[in-house]
Design a protein around this ligand. Structure first.
Ligand SMILES: C[S@@+](CC[C@H](N)C(=O)[O-])C[C@H]1O[C@@H](n2cnc3c(N)ncnc32)[C@H](O)[C@@H]1O
Length: 385
């Protein structure tokens, strides 16, 4: 979609068309609807309206009800921050006493909207003219105030009352592996912002060694799925590393992590949340559950007690099973297990492949943990709690 088509979509005629598409989609096929509407409207505009309608329904999982009023492009929607995460970020900034933010590379405005919704004065800067226009339209559509400038963020000065936020994209726009040499705006621009009143969203796979000194790295998971790491400049850093669970906003930091000891697995095993694992705070979970690590390098915690914690999933250990395939199969057959879940860590096992090979035909479901314990493969029959 080019800028002219997007502007047409925002015009009264375009808005009427969007409503018609939304009402008729699902009743008429895309093809039938498109053919009919093209008789009265410009073909590009019809295509844009149909696409927008699809993107709005796709965007519901990120933006909830608001998605029905917003505008997207396919790629910009993929890159945008889901509301539960951007709202948390905005809440943290407001709690730190900040009132204004400039979003340096705001895309279609996922974060920008959250900052505005939290009551901050917002200014977006975006290199792409269509994205900049969409961000502006999204603020308007949601009844929020703010400005969006179509410009190169690296040439924009940050006002004295503004916090600088940046969510760099990969140069090729693809992939989840973080390579700092590959981001736009560039990584040295990002780190310069972090030296002051700045914060940056980055990929959860970021190497800890790339986090500048004095900056807090916050790994965030939503419903147990790791989604991002946010780097908080010195004025906002209250820890070196933090794991935050959303939507509950519970968080653990390196201040909670101690020197957990390593010992044999006992009655309960705990699988930490991915945000805890990526932030290197597994020992904080061990402290929470009065437990220990079962291997210095493996993210399983064990304890003699069951302590409910939001930071890890608990399993009761029922029995130890053989690790090797043949005796493991015999043990599972003896238990009448037919449907098996394998939780593996640190061992060369591909659960789906192993499950196929085991050809289990029993009538009960079971879960096993296959893990490395001091360089040895071990298997445990467990019950998820
Ligand atoms: C990951 S996206 C931002 C997504 C946004 N936080 C959201 O939630 O919708 C990064 C954006 O930065 C923009 N960008 C990259 N380099 C830029 C630059 N030098 N100046 C302005 N924008 C830039 C890209 O066009 C892209 O839209």
């Amino acid at each position: 979609m080019d800028l002219a088509t997007f502007e047409q979509l925002l015009s009264p005629a375009g808005q009427v068309l969007l409503v018609e598409v939304a009402e008729r989609a699902g009743i008429e096929s895309d093809l039938g609807l498109g053919t009919r509407l093209r008789k009265a409207h410009d073909a590009e505009l019809v295509a844009a309206a149909v696409t927008q309608n699809h993107l709005r329904s796709k965007a519901r999982s990120k933006f909830g009800e608001a998605a029905a009023l917003m505008y997207f492009t396919h790629d910009a929607l993929e890159q945008s921050t889901r509301a539960v995460v951007s709202d948390h970020r905005a809440h943290r900034l407001v709690s730190a006493g900040e009132t204004a933010v400039v979003d340096l590379g705001c895309g279609i405005g996922g974060d920008l909207i959250a900052f505005a919704r939290a009551g901050m004065k917002v200014r977006g800067v975006e290199l792409g003219p269509v994205r900049a226009a969409i961000a502006r339209a999204n603020l308007d559509a949601l009844g929020l105030t703010g400005t969006v400038l179509c410009a190169d963020a690296t040439a924009v000065s940050v006002a004295s009352d503004e916090v600088a936020f940046v969510d760099p994209a990969r140069r090729d726009g693809k992939g989840r592996i973080f390579d700092p040499t590959d981001c736009v705006p560039p990584w040295d621009f990002v780190t310069a912002l972090l030296a002051g009143r700045g914060l940056a969203k980055t990929m959860p796979g970021i190497d800890h060694r790339l986090v500048p000194a004095g900056v807090e790295a916050e790994w965030v998971s939503v419903d147990g799925n790791l989604v991002e790491a946010c780097l908080w400049g010195e004025p906002y850093a209250s820890a070196h590393r933090r794991a935050t669970l959303l939507p509950s906003r519970e968080s653990l930091t390196d201040a909670d992590a101690g020197q957990a000891h390593v010992a044999a697995p006992a009655a309960f095993l705990y699988e930490p949340d991915d945000a805890v694992i990526r932030s290197g705070l597994v020992t904080a979970v061990a402290a929470e559950v009065d437990g220990w690590l079962i291997d210095p390098k493996i993210a399983w915690v064990s304890s003699a007690a069951h302590v409910a914690t939001p930071y890890a999933r608990a399993f009761r250990v029922i029995d130890e099973l053989p690790f090797r395939q043949k005796p493991l199969k015999a043990a599972l057959v003896a238990l009448d297990i037919g449907t098996l879940t394998i939780k593996k860590r640190g061992v060369d096992v591909v659960p789906d492949v192993l499950i196929k090979r085991l050809k289990l035909k029993g009538s009960v479901t079971g879960t096993i943990v296959m893990t490395r314990v001091r360089n040895e493969g071990r298997a445990f029959l467990v019950e998820p709690l």
